[in-house]
Design a protein around this ligand. Sequence first.
Ligand SMILES: Cc1cc2nc3c(=O)[nH]c(=O)nc-3n(C[C@H](O)[C@H](O)[C@H](O)COP(=O)(O)O)c2cc1C
Length: 189
Amino acid sequence: MLFGKIMASDGVVFALPNYSFQVSGFMKIFLDRLGFVFHRPRFFGKAFTSIVCQGLFGGDRIVKYLDFVGFGLGFNTVRGSCVTALEPMTEKEQQKMNWALSGQSRRFHEQLMKPAYPAPTLLKLWGFRYARTSMGLLLNDRSRDYRYYKEKGWFESDYYYPVRLGALKKAAGSLFDWISSIIARSRES
Ligand SMILES: Cc1cc2nc3c(=O)[nH]c(=O)nc-3n(C[C@H](O)[C@H](O)[C@H](O)COP(=O)(O)O)c2cc1C
């Protein structure tokens, strides 16, 4: 049900408590159920952000983890926020929280207004080229990941979705394919 809702949305916000310096158990189960999407990303064109609520401290690292999760699932990720909201809150703490959340809302809205399918950064391009080159060399039709990449045409495409790469990124992409093939072959032997 949640998967369908995400697919139907333009943007997603994960809001959760900090439990023992990590995401809550419910959130972790949800992420584990989405594990296949880390292998076969598909939430392209959608904005993502997270809000971690906590009593004392430790949530900043959870936000970093969730930023990475958003990236891994294919979202256009907006940096998340951690808010400390232990009752009773002072007026200053309340103001700090409001300020953090209004800044995040503005960034999220800006992301929703931007082109949904931007040219990838070099880091994202590397991630794609490394995944597809190593999968192409190390896996075969028996693997669901391999078949998914093949169905999507990802073994031939520039990136996960149609996008125009400039000359520099085209050259970088070829270089990334080459380096990835060397790394993959070294894992074979
Ligand atoms: C099992 C459990 C573990 C928690 N661990 C932390 C923690 O590591 N750091 C922290 O700042 N707050 C921690 N908290 C406080 C929660 O983050 C805080 O209660 C929650 O964000 C606010 O939700 P609530 O009002 O429903 O309790 C913990 C709370 C529970 C119940």
